[in-house]
Design a protein around this ligand. Structure first.
Ligand code: FAD
Ligand code: 2HG
Ligand code: ZN
Length: 540
């Protein structure tokens, strides 16, 4: 994992009596980290199949009962298949059961559709022809990227045609003076980052699903991730988009300018619209320079207040070199250590209640080390942190990151996992985890972790299986609690199918009404990603 180049242990700091942070981590096992699940691997695993069946019965029981198939949509017929075969290469018109089953099932194996057709266009013109036809026939469609979304947005609810961007994965250009990458929407995030690293740049976003998710999916969800604290939102980094509208019109907004105030900046409507307003086919994005000095530290804190103090101190003390500030409670880290292969606790002695992963990235190795050293010493002496470890090389840094990034993967190994992705004022953020633990007591395992630097909590609740009884204990409580703090019920994952009818907890009725008007204007036949993002009631 060359992307996380870590400077060597700061030996001048490592007087163990004064500074127990610098530990020898040589006992760590395999640096060859397993990659996250890809849809292929989880589909072919028989254990996974049985939990798909479990999830499916839950879906039958709960999900479809709250949403009816829109009767205005046509059903697919043989003429439709013939048309698609006349437009696309035959192998890109997929009716094979096994491949359809993958496309119909989401990463959580919780949302499972019944689509009979998967289309894999190779260029914008093919996307345009598909949409123009589907619009004329009122055939509903689901745009699909890497299918790593966590809110049931990337799979059909009923029989919608799946349009996968996987075959549109060309890099178009890299402007090396300005660091602007232009590529097709189906490029996998990790491939883009590897390409850029060779050219001296990096992607401004990074997430645990990087090996599967696509830049078009990232843009359509306005993904946040692990570098947000440093490089900010895709609303700032995306410079241009090409989007195909529901009627097949190709909207060229593929600018590459940093500044452009000519009229409304329409691309922002599509960033984070979860495939409900158009299909993103090309992206141009600002890419920061790859910097040579990267350090990763895992730190232990006694309580949540100390995590907050550490955040304030990191923003001041590390300033411009801070590139990640992630937190996890002991339940979250233990879950990762239990379920992820080849990972052991870097801080086995501390058994603390909270852990924070800090990454710094800068251009001056000596200066950056000195800065981190001073920061860690100070926070240790002040009692803000209790213990910690600095990764001494790339493989140790990868293990620290593996623990943090692997929590999502570990969470689905427990059976059922109810996921909530909340934006909250940092000082209130952990309150919901504690309340939920009290509320559910022995009925569930509750973990809290996330992007503390961005005020983004991931609340995961795990039980052996999905039941209505548990769900009614969690919802609407979690949404009401969040709304009372003026938080957001979707910080970075979107609303998808899961929260389409929950939008009012975070947006005013006037705002939701206006969103409905945009939707009806751009997609009057409502063919794009139905039952997602907005409540059905406002679209009738
Ligand atoms: P998909 O899951 O295929 O689709 C997501 C949504 O976008 C759907 O509504 C779909 O219809 C739409 N869509 C996809 N492609 C297009 C397109 N070209 N045009 C129009 N609409 C499209 N998210 C974060 O924000 N931060 C994280 O740190 C993070 N970590 C994750 C870690 C793991 C292990 C997993 C499994 C997921 C994580 N996610 C995270 C969620 C997910 O990876 C992101 O939402 C990601 O951006 C989805 O990209 P994708 O290509 O997989 O899109
Ligand atoms: C992360 O930050 C992802 O790891 C996934 O956004 C969060 O699974 C989750 O709840
Ligand atoms: Zn996240």
């Amino acid at each position: 994992m060359a992307r996380r180049r870590v400077s060597q242990l700061i030996t001048s700091l490592s007087s163990p009596s004064r500074f127990p942070i610098a530990r020898c981590l040589s006992a760590f096992s395999s640096p060859d980290l397993p990659r996250e699940f890809t849809p292929k691997s989880w589909q072919s695993n028989p254990q996974c199949k049985s939990s798909i069946n479990k999830a499916f019965s839950f879906q039958q029981h709960s999900f479809s009962s709250k949403t009816k198939r829109n009767p205005s949509y046509s059903f697919l017929n043989s003429d439709d298949i013939s048309y698609f075969k006349s437009v696309l290469e035959e192998k890109c018109v997929v009716q094979d059961e096994e491949r359809l089953s993958v496309a119909n099932t989401d990463w959580l194996r919780k949302y499972i559709g019944t689509s009979q057709l998967l289309l894999l266009p190779k260029n914008t013109d093919e996307v345009s022809k598909i949409l123009s036809y589907c619009n004329s026939r009122q055939l509903a469609v689901v745009p699909q990227g890497g299918n790593t979304g966590l809110v049931g947005g990337s799979v059909p609810v009923y029989d919608e045609v799946v349009i996968s961007l996987a075959n549109m994965d060309k890099i178009i250009s890299l402007d090396k003076v300005n660091g602007i990458l232009t590529c097709e929407a189906g490029c996998v995030l990790e491939n883009l980052n590897s390409f850029l690293e060779n050219e001296g740049f990096i992607m401004p976003l990074d997430l645990g699903a990087k090996g599967s998710c696509q830049i078009g999916g990232n843009v359509s969800t306005n993904a946040g991730g692990l570098r947000f604290v440093r490089y900010g939102s895709l609303h700032g980094n995306v410079l241009g988009l090409e989007v195909v509208l529901a009627n097949g019109t190709v909207l060229d907004m593929l600018g590459t300018l940093r500044k452009d105030n000519t009229g409304y900046d329409l691309k922002h409507l599509f960033i984070g619209s979860e495939g409900s307003l158009g299909i993103v086919t090309k992206v141009s994005i600002l890419t920061p320079a790859k910097l040579p000095s990267v350090n990763v530290a895992l730190l232990a804190c006694n309580d949540y207040l100390s995590c907050q103090k550490l955040l304030v101190a990191a923003k001041r003390g590390l300033g411009e070199i801070l590139s990640a500030f992630e937190f996890m409670d002991s339940h979250a880290i233990n879950l990762a250590l239990t379920h992820l292969e080849g990972v052991t606790n870097p801080l086995p002695q501390s058994a603390s209640k909270f852990y924070v992963l800090i990454e710094t990235t800068g251009s001056d190795e000596a200066n950056d080390k000195a800065k981190l050293e001073a920061f860690l010493l100070r926070t240790l002496e002040e009692g803000v942190i209790l213990d910690g470890a600095i990764a001494q090389d790339i493989s140790q840094a990868s293990i620290f990151w593996r623990i943090r990034e692997g929590i999502a993967e570990a969470s689905i190994k427990e059976g059922a996992c109810y996921k909530y992705d909340l934006s909250l004022p940092v000082e209130k953020l952990y309150g919901i985890v504690e309340e939920m633990r009290l509320r559910l007591d022995k009925m569930a395992k509750v973990i809290g972790y996330g992007h503390l630097g961005d005020g983004n909590l991931h609340l995961n609740i795990m039980t052996p299986e999905y039941t209505d009884n548990i769900l009614t204990k969690i919802e609407p409580f979690v949404y009401e609690w969040t709304s009372a703090q003026r938080g957001s019920i979707s910080a970075e994952h979107g609303l998808g199918f899961m929260k389409a009818d929950k939008i009012h907890y975070s947006k005013s009725s006037e705002a939701v009404k206006l969103m409905g008007s945009f939707k009806k204007m751009l997609d009057p036949k409502l063919i794009l990603n139905p039952y997602k993002v907005l409540p059905q009631s406002i679209l009738n």
